[in-house]
Write a protein that binds this ligand. Structure first.
Ligand SMILES: Cc1cc2nc3c(=O)[nH]c(=O)nc-3n(C[C@H](O)[C@H](O)[C@H](O)COP(=O)(O)OP(=O)(O)OC[C@H]3O[C@@H](n4cnc5c(N)ncnc54)[C@H](O)[C@@H]3O)c2cc1C
Length: 432
């Protein structure tokens, strides 16, 4: 079988260490088996190993090969789901507990990135949310609310202050958070894997799990070249989930998103974007971008329910960029890539147990760097009997994804969002 390597991306091209791990061969036994070597799987492995548990991780390609090693690199508190939708399902105290957990996830990633990846993490502080409608009151309310409830210090930027950072006719106001940051996600995945390995975790790349069965009180996982038995299994397969566990396959939707990276743009980029922070806008189908490598623009956005060739999407991304920064003109693009996010219909992670010893930790959507970290920690706490924080995710179950109609509904909803975003922008309204 041909080994599957990382896709060509900015992160692949600037990968600092390319440690590899052998495929599973023959029969092995472990206490906990993890399927999937993205941020969810790697963080589960690390947190278990730190507690002295015996762990084996099986990854079909390379660690960080999926969304985790090719994302926008932006890390900030919050979940993928809209706060009002979470609040409606949970209530105030539960919502606040979840929000604080999302903050804990940011702290975990910062700490692990700093201690395990060091300079390779390329960590840059700062996260800037910008509004494409007039949202002055809403942003001020958010700033006050976040400080009162969670002690976060957000800086409100009116139009003039925002213009001093982003020379764009499109934006109205901004909210700057210095507890967020951006970084090199693939170097981070490699560093997590290395630490797991150092702590005794057995990592097997090129080891796609094709069957997962239960017999004689144990789980048995098979790959093309080996068999692993385990007392406990955690499935962390994200947007690349297949039919390994039917309940999971029926409960998620894979959604593709796209990133392009410019050639170095020199001073014209710095004249338009005068901040090093990661930037994301308030559109429901948002653009997310940042400066990397001195003067390259990394620009992400657009979603599809079937993966398209990223090169065919570049013109759509360029159109969005042009609407935000027309002065940049037609910038030269060095590379473009895509990745799959996993979304449940409720847009919250799916975290819990299918039976006593079969756990899942998946569906982190487009806000997955901090949430995989805390999601993984709650699962590990559950397995080790330390807490039942994983039950905070119980209101967001394994609802049916709607099958092929579900995909069509997502695509239609996205187009509806795009249309209503445009209409609101035209009329300068705040988002409801
Ligand atoms: C282009 C893009 C930009 C994004 N930008 C951001 C951002 O800026 N900030 C943010 O917070 N989030 C962002 N996200 C979302 C974030 O990257 C994801 O939510 C997160 O990485 C999901 O991690 P995961 O471990 O659940 O899944 P993945 O990283 O996708 O890992 C799942 C792994 O499981 C493996 N696998 C699947 N099936 C099997 C099997 N049968 N056997 C063995 N292995 C298997 C896959 O190969 C894969 O490596 C972005 C996502 C994309 C795609």
């Amino acid at each position: 079988m041909t080994p599957i390597d990382y896709i060509d991306s900015y992160y692949r091209r600037t990968l600092q260490h390319d440690w590899t791990y052998p495929a599973l061969q023959g029969h092995e036994h472990t206490d906990v088996a993890i399927v999937g070597g993205g941020l969810a799987g790697l963080t589960c492995a690390l947190e278990l190993a730190q507690r002295g548990r015996q762990v084996t991780l099986l990854e079909q390609a390379r660690v960080g090969w999926g969304a985790s090693g090719r994302n926008g690199g932006s890390v900030s508190p919050a979940w993928s789901a809209n706060p009002s939708a979470i609040l409606a399902k949970t209530g105030r105290d539960h919502f606040d507990a979840l929000f604080r957990m999302s903050m804990e996830g940011v702290t975990m990633v910062r700490d692990y990135a700093t201690t395990l990846a060091g300079d390779a993490a390329c960590l840059v502080p700062g996260n800037l949310k910008v509004s494409v409608h007039d949202q002055a009151d809403g942003f001020r309310r958010q700033r006050d609310d976040q400080e009162r409830r969670y002690g976060r210090k957000l800086q409100y930027l009116g139009q003039t202050a925002l213009r001093s950072l982003l020379d764009s006719p499109r934006y109205h106001q901004g909210l700057y958070a210095d507890d967020g940051f951006h970084f090199h996600p693939l170097n981070y995945c490699q560093a997590l894997a290395r630490e797991c390995h150092r702590l005794g975790v057995k990592i097997h790349e090129q080891s796609a799990v094709s069957t997962l069965k239960r017999a004689n009180g144990q789980h048995c996982l098979t790959t093309a070249t080996g068999r692993l038995t385990a007392d406990t299994v955690i499935v962390c397969t994200g947007g690349y989930t297949d039919d390994l566990v039917g309940q999971l396959q029926r409960a998620f939707l894979p959604i593709a998103t796209y990133i392009m990276l410019s050639e170095p743009l020199g001073d014209r980029l710095h004249a338009a974007i005068r901040t090093q922070a990661a930037i994301g806008d308030t559109r429901r189908a948002s653009n997310y971008y940042r400066i990397v490598d001195g003067s390259r623009l990394q620009w992400g956005g657009h979603i599809t329910t079937r993966t398209s060739n990223p090169r065919h999407i570049v013109h759509i991304l360029k159109k969005e960029l042009h609407r935000c920064f027309p002065q940049l003109g037609d910038i030269p693009i060095a590379i473009a890539w895509s990745g799959l996010m996993s979304y449940a219909r409720h847009m919250m992670p799916q975290i819990g147990k299918i039976n006593k010893n079969l756990w899942y930790c998946t569906a982190f959507g487009g806000h997955g760097v901090n949430t995989t970290a805390i999601g993984a920690r709650t699962v590990v706490e559950g397995i080790c009997g330390e807490s039942d924080r994983y039950l905070r995710f119980a209101p967001f179950g394994l609802d049916w994804n709607g099958g092929p109609l579900g995909r069509a509904a997502v695509q239609l909803t996205y187009w509806k969002y795009q249309m209503s975003d445009r209409l609101r922008e035209r009329h300068g309204q705040a988002q409801g």
